[in-house]
Design a protein around this ligand. Structure first.
Ligand code: B12
Length: 359
């Protein structure tokens, strides 16, 4: 086991695999039926789930935000329920994990971790509609909740993609543009809600990964094609570069934000998914960027933000930096701990915040 003098987050991270294995043994003793959740390899499956929970707990502890841990536990609870697994299994698994940590750690560490577990247990007890429920179930601005309807164009676009008719989906967008839908509206009212809806359906086990792919690939193509309709920026336009932080394979978020910047006349560069800190810094330097956007989707990816910010700051003392993405939804104040200049929760808001930074 790692030395007890290390910071709690590091202790959790370094010991994750061992703690998780020990906790699974305790889980199976306390609740033998938990094996039935994963009949093909219960020990390894639970160990991997609990290792992931420890990694998320480590990040929450690092940022002193129990709400971050709650958001991931709530997400797991909903995914479990949709797959017929009782949240009691998850609760006992977390109790086992907490028990193992209590055995292994000092009194002060136990006390430091207690609020994180208590908040998680409360979230497991809740029915999933309140703030603790996580973005897929809570009603949040700009995020379709269960009973929200997609607008008709978004609905038909989604249906055409799922039916394996990408040509019909693309034609629908061109038709909407001919009927006076703006480029921004296509992104904000069709493409983003469709992506969120396919994610919600996947979370609820109503569609599989291949169906998510059927939709996301067409969304991606349409986003590229939309760019051909944008007027080239003026030579004096400000430059913004954006990327999904290292480890993050979700680049639709930052891409949609950059689209809105392009529609507002900015010079934009999309550096895509999983960009290492030094590459982001080199891009900022080479392109003399005014603004750098860093997109973070999973809570565990928050860890890579600081190294990226540090690398960018070393490369340029002029550039402003903004962060955003799903990882911040449950803790919108978190950005202020990251040494950046701004945060926005949506593409529209991002352009407004950026304009404010240069006023
Ligand atoms: C498509 C998709 C994928 C694709 C991504 C393809 C691509 N090129 O982007 C692939 C298949 C790679 C993928 C992988 C995974 N995914 Co995924 N994915 C999605 C899905 C369905 C859509 C993502 C999307 O396009 N959203 C639409 C964009 C526009 O929304 P957004 O990213 O939040 O961005 C908005 C704001 O956050 C903000 N914003 C974003 N970035 C920035 C940056 C700045 C600077 C600012 C200011 C603002 C800002 O503006 C945007 C517009 O309003 C989502 C569902 C969802 N609700 O998002 C799941 C989802 C994000 N994925 C999820 C998961 C679990 C995974 C995997 C772990 C699955 C697995 N077991 O492998 C992996 C992780 C990969 C990794 N290492 O990153 C979960 C995350 C759950 C959680 N705990 O938060 C989700 C929510 C699905 C779900 N409902 O459970 N995924």
């Amino acid at each position: 086991m790692p030395s007890p003098s290390l910071p709690v987050a590091t202790l959790l991270e370094q010991g994750a695999s061992g703690y998780a294995a020990y906790a699974v043994q305790q889980l199976f003793e306390a609740r033998p039926e938990a094996r039935d959740c994963y009949p093909r390899g219960p020990f390894e499956a639970w160990k991997s789930k609990l290792s992931a929970k420890l990694a998320e707990l480590a990040v929450a502890v690092e940022f002193e935000s129990p709400q971050l841990f709650v958001s991931t536990v709530s997400w797991s609870r909903d995914a479990f329920r949709s797959r017929g697994v009782s949240s009691r299994d998850l609760e006992v698994a977390l109790q086992s994990l907490q028990g193992v940590l209590q055995d292994e750690m000092t009194e002060s560490t136990r006390t430091a971790l207690a609020p994180y577990f208590e908040a998680a247990y409360r979230a497991l007890e809740s029915r999933g509609n309140a703030g603790a429920a996580g973005p897929e179930n809570g009603r949040r601005e700009g995020v379709p909740a269960e009973d929200d309807e997609l607008n008709p164009t978004a609905l038909v676009f989604l249906e055409a993609c799922l039916a394996g008719e990408p040509d019909r989906a693309r034609a629908l967008v061109w038709q909407a543009l001919d009927n006076d839908m703006t480029l921004s509206q296509v992104v904000l009212e069709v493409l983003i809600p469709v992506q969120r809806e396919i994610g919600r359906l996947w979370h609820r086990a109503e569609v599989g990964v291949h169906e998510e792919r059927l939709v996301s690939t067409v969304t991606e193509e349409v986003m590229v094609l939309l760019r051909s309709r944008v007027e080239p920026p003026e030579s004096s336009a400000r430059t913004v570069v954006g990327a999904a932080v290292q480890g993050n394979n979700h680049d639709f978020g930052v891409r949609s934000v950059l689209d809105l910047f392009a529609f507002s006349g900015w010079k934009t560069f999309n550096m895509g998914a999983n960009l290492p800190p030094e590459s982001m810094a080199a891009t900022v330097l080479d392109l003399e960027a005014d603004l750098a956007l860093i997109s973070v989707t999973l809570v565990t990816q928050l860890r890579t933000v600081r190294p990226t910010v540090d690398a960018i700051r070393r490369a340029s003392d002029q550039v402003r930096i903004m962060v955003g993405g799903r990882a911040f939804q449950s803790a919108p104040d978190l950005w202020s701990k990251l040494g950046v200049d701004g945060y926005a929760s949506s593409a529209e808001e991002a352009v407004q915040v950026a304009d404010g930074l240069f006023r």
